[in-house]
Design a protein around this ligand. Structure first.
Ligand code: ADP
Ligand code: MG
Length: 628
């Protein structure tokens, strides 16, 4: 038997590592299974190039819990290690790797959330074990099996062992404070979290399987049950295959595998696959999003060589795409740095813009190849696209060709199509093309009708970030401007050259204005007299585009500071050419005049959904009085 001292300068790094990585103790299992996988893949490689004569077979990795013995076993059938190799790779490499790790990241280790992404490797076993054993037999037939025991201090023992089959068994003697790792349920949870798609089958216990009844089975015969290995992973997940080898159904099946608790089908997927200048594979899915911008719990998962790393892809995937789902697998993403550093990394930047480009290309082809289907899905995907147009200039340029603007009547236009359609009718006297939109078909019904009567097209834009998008379009396109249909009277929204002739003289207008301002509450409404078509509404409430938009923008982030505290202010547009308005002016009794104004104001408020509570009750009472 050999005993020895591991040559490390830090006397006992074990307690240090334990302390630093407290919240991430669970990663030890991922690390040990990664090593077992590496060892198996190394053997596969050697046999495939004919370097060794041993049979590769169908190796698996087994995880076993021995609750009574307080032990956890990780067993592989990989390349194995001779005692010299243990001396070298474990005593020297693994330990010095751990030491180097500590030196380098002592400070950033406190910056939790990133620490679990380091490959601390073999040494992480000591985060949960008070003693670790390695029993290993090299693939090299002549080599004797070796047995190494260490309690995390620099002392170890290394002796021969009678193990006869190839591979390595790691035995963890679980420490008092880590007994959670002796629970089947906890281990299963970790295996599913980190190892669900690793390339070598991982066995955890056994399960019963019912065999199908043979065709000639007698009636009432019991189907035969057999016990089989419980393999917890899918070693060949869809993203590791070539897109050409996958059907639409395979993508859907993989989505369910990835998110077993998600019952809604994805709308479509994007297969990522590059190997130069960086390595990246993955599948992204567009889920049904609607107008919901809240973070969902099923997020994009990041893997490195089929090992789960994190589901926080912030900094790697452009922010607007973090609403998507799926997986990304890249060994080229540096994880041992902080998030802000990550964003500055050249490789990561390239990855991020590659993903953006692939998403844009996929959307372009969906739009071109099946416009009808694209239109049908628009409402569920628009939030991602609009958000992308706002945040990434390159994406804007591409999306500008397929982003859709639906009309209130359900016609979907691209920007170019829309502009072509409206430019003649909706260009005002200053040569500006006005794009009219509504946010709610029912609430803004009368305004929409007024615009339609003029032959104008009205869009229905109802996503929560639409005010930002409009702002963006107004600055990137020339000579256009957006106006919500209820922002003013339609003739004021699109001003043409022709002046409406006023039926009232200046003097009459003056009198009317004075009368109106005496009755209409000045803190809420600004009275604005307009000589309009005599058929247009006599009273109309509008809210200036600018003010409303600033408020909306502030509600969804951005916009002008302080606008949120602005009082609700509206304009009361009074049509001086309407018969009723003439009547108000000429009514002699003050009481009757007041009643007409109040009633008209309330009707205007009603059409804007602004009449509620006591005022609504009063209005109804007054109306009954009037028709009595
Ligand atoms: P890394 O995996 O990054 O090389 P580790 O600390 O995880 O670092 O492992 C150190 C070395 O120990 C490995 O490179 C490998 O040579 C050896 N090793 C660890 N586990 C096994 C195993 N199950 N079978 C064979 N060799 C192993
Ligand atoms: Mg390792």
């Amino acid at each position: 038997m050999a005993t020895g001292n591991i040559n490390v300068s830090v006397e006992n790094i074990f307690p240090l590592i334990k302390k630093f990585l407290y919240s991430d103790h669970e990663i030890f299992l991922r690390e040990l299974i990664s090593n077992a996988t590496d060892a198996t893949l190394k053997l596969k490689h050697l046999t495939s190039i004919g370097e060794v004569s041993v049979e590769y077979g169908n190796p698996i990795i087994e995880v076993k819990v021995d609750k009574e013995g307080k032990k956890l076993h990780i067993i592989d059938q990989g390349i194995g290690m001779t005692s010299e190799e243990i001396q070298k790779y474990i005593n020297e490499v693994a330990f010095s790797g751990a030491e180097e790790f500590l030196e380098k990241y002592k400070d950033s280790a406190k910056d939790s959330g990133i620490i679990g992404h380091f490959g601390l490797g073999f040494y992480s076993a000591f985060m949960v074990a008070e003693k670790v054993e390695i029993i290993s037999k090299s693939y090299n037939e002549d080599a004797k099996a070796a047995h190494w025991i260490c309690d995390g201090s620099p002392q170890f023992t290394l002796e021969e062992h009678d193990k006869t089959d190839r591979g390595t068994e790691i035995i963890l003697h679980i420490a008092e404070d880590s007994t959670e790792f002796l629970e089947d349920a906890r281990i299963r949870e970790l295996l599913v979290k980190y190892n669900k798609f690793m390339p070598i089958p991982i066995k955890f216990g056994t399960k019963e399987e019912t065999l199908p009844l043979p065709e000639d089975a007698e009636e009432g015969a019991e189907p035969e049950k057999i016990t089989v290995d419980n393999i917890i992973n899918n070693p060949n997940p869809a993203w590791t295959k070539q897109p050409a080898d996958l059907e639409e159904d395979d993508y859907k099946k993989f989505y369910r595998e990835l998110y077993p608790m998600q019952f809604e089908e994805p709308l479509f997927n994007i297969h990522l696959n590059v190997d130069y200048p960086f390595n990246l594979t993955g599948i992204l899915y567009f889920p049904k999003l609607g107008n919901d911008m809240n973070m969902q719990k099923d997020r994009i998962q990041l893997y490195q060589n089929q090992v789960f790393v994190t589901d926080n892809v912030e900094g790697i995937v452009p922010e607007f795409l973090t609403m998507l789902k799926g997986v990304i697998d890249s060994p080229d993403i540096p994880l041992n740095v902080s998030r802000s550093y990550l964003q500055a990394d050249g490789n990561v930047k390239k990855i991020s813009s590659y993903i953006t480009r692939k998403v844009a290309d996929k959307l372009t082809s969906l739009f071109k190849n099946n416009r009808e289907d694209f239109e049908a899905k628009w409402n569920d995907i628009k939030i991602v696209i609009e958000y992308g147009m706002l945040s990434e200039e390159k994406f804007f340029d591409k999306a500008d060709k397929f982003a859709l603007y639906p009309s209130v009547d359900g016609t979907y236009y691209t920007y170019e199509e829309l502009h072509e359609k409206i430019k003649d009718a909706q260009t005002d006297k200053d040569d500006k093309t006005i794009i009219l939109y509504a946010s709610n078909k029912d609430q803004q019904h009368s305004y929409i009708e007024a615009a339609k009567e003029k032959g104008y097209e009205v869009l229905l834009l109802d996503s929560p970030i639409v005010s930002h998008l409009i702002q963006k379009l107004e600055t990137s396109k020339e000579n256009i401007s957006f106006a919500r249909v209820d922002a003013d009277h339609i003739d004021n929204l699109i001003k043409k050259d022709e002046e409406q002739i006023s039926k009232l003289s200046d003097e009459e207008k003056e009198t009317l204005k004075t009368t109106l301002t005496e009755v209409v509450p000045a803190d809420k409404y600004t009275v604005q007299l307009e000589a309009m078509d005599s058929n247009a509404s006599p009273f109309m409430i509008t809210q200036p585009e600018f003010m409303r938009r600033m408020k909306e923008m502030q509600q969804t982030g951005g916009g002008m500071f302080g606008m949120g505290n602005f009082p609700e202010m509206y304009n009361l547009v009074v049509n001086t050419n309407h018969e009723l308005v003439g009547q108000i002016l000429n009514t002699k009794t003050r009481k009757k005049q007041e009643r007409l104004i109040k009633q008209s104001l309330d009707l205007a408020r009603l059409s804007q959904n602004l009449l509620t509570g006591e005022e609504l009750t009063q209005f109804i009472k007054r109306s009954y009085e009037m028709i009595k």
